[in-house]
Write a protein that binds this ligand. Structure first.
Ligand code: ATP
Ligand code: MG
Length: 228
């Protein structure tokens, strides 16, 4: 489970999160929306253990938490293939396995022909696809996605969205996904939260019934919200 308890975060002297509570159970899929600068990426970085709260606590008992950041964050001095191979090696795969998994994922995002390219030779959308492939290749049980399809054209957005949904269905991974596209989130998540002025609020997605709003701290694991 991922659990935020009364989390306060300050960045550059400003209070970004002001006592946030959040629980995500295995298999749950949660959307996160909110205005620019509200702190969505910061919240994901806290979940990934990359930032520490000023007060409160972040607990994460998931075994493999993987992030696709808002910007691709590829290693510029390593080839595209190595950007997948190195984290796979760090996760315990031998080199042959790591190369095989990396190659398979690059093919799945349509970039197998770019395996030996440098990150600087990729377009923004290509780099974002590599970043997504890197996150999925590690078989996360908690996937943190920050505007994962922001740099993609509509056709690729659709294709990568379907790939993402298929992979989540196959692995049953939990998801925390930041997006500015409520329609897209509505297909992908069980519940949605809005971050504004340092607080999380339940948020109604397009097409949802009023009863589908779940609270920020649900009592029990729940994959699909029921409309009752
Ligand atoms: N590396 C950083 N150092 C200091 N302050 C930061 C840093 N990154 C973000 N901030 C500040 O933290 C606050 C929240 O930023 P954050 O990137 O989490 O917002 P966001 O909701 O993800 O916005 P967007 O929708 O534009 O991506 C902002 O006031 C921002 O200026
Ligand atoms: Mg952001």
């Amino acid at each position: 489970m991922l659990e935020f308890s009364r989390v306060v975060l300050e960045r550059a002297g400003q209070r970004v999160l002001d006592g946030v509570d959040l629980r995500i159970f295995p298999g749950q899929r949660v959307g996160l929306v909110g205005p620019s600068g509200a702190g969505k990426s910061s919240l994901l970085q806290l979940a990934a253990g990359l930032l520490a709260p000023a007060s409160g606590a972040v607990g994460n008992t998931f075994a493999r938490t993987c992030v696709a950041f808002q910007e691709p964050r590829l290693l510029p001095w390593r080839s595209v293939l190595d950007n997948l191979r190195i984290p796979l090696r760090a996760a315990g795969h031998d080199d042959a396995q790591a190369r095989r998994i990396a190659g398979r994922w690059l093919a799945r995002v349509g970039l197998d022909a770019r395996a030996q390219a440098w990150p600087r030779q990729l377009s923004g959308g290509m780099a974002q696809r590599v970043s997504l492939a890197r996150a999925f290749a590690l078989e996360p049980d908690l996937l943190l996605l920050d505007e994962p399809f922001g740099a993609l054209d509509p056709a690729l957005r659709q294709e990568l969205g379907e790939l993402c949904d298929a992979e989540l269905a196959r692995t049953g991974a939990a998801l925390l996904c930041v997006s500015h596209h409520p329609q897209e989130l509505a297909r992908r998540v069980d519940r949605c939260l809005r971050l504004e002025h340092g607080h999380l609020h339940p948020c109604l997605l397009p097409g949802a019934f009023a009863g589908e709003i779940l609270h920020a701290t649900p009592a029990a694991p729940q994959r699909h919200a029921s409309p009752s």
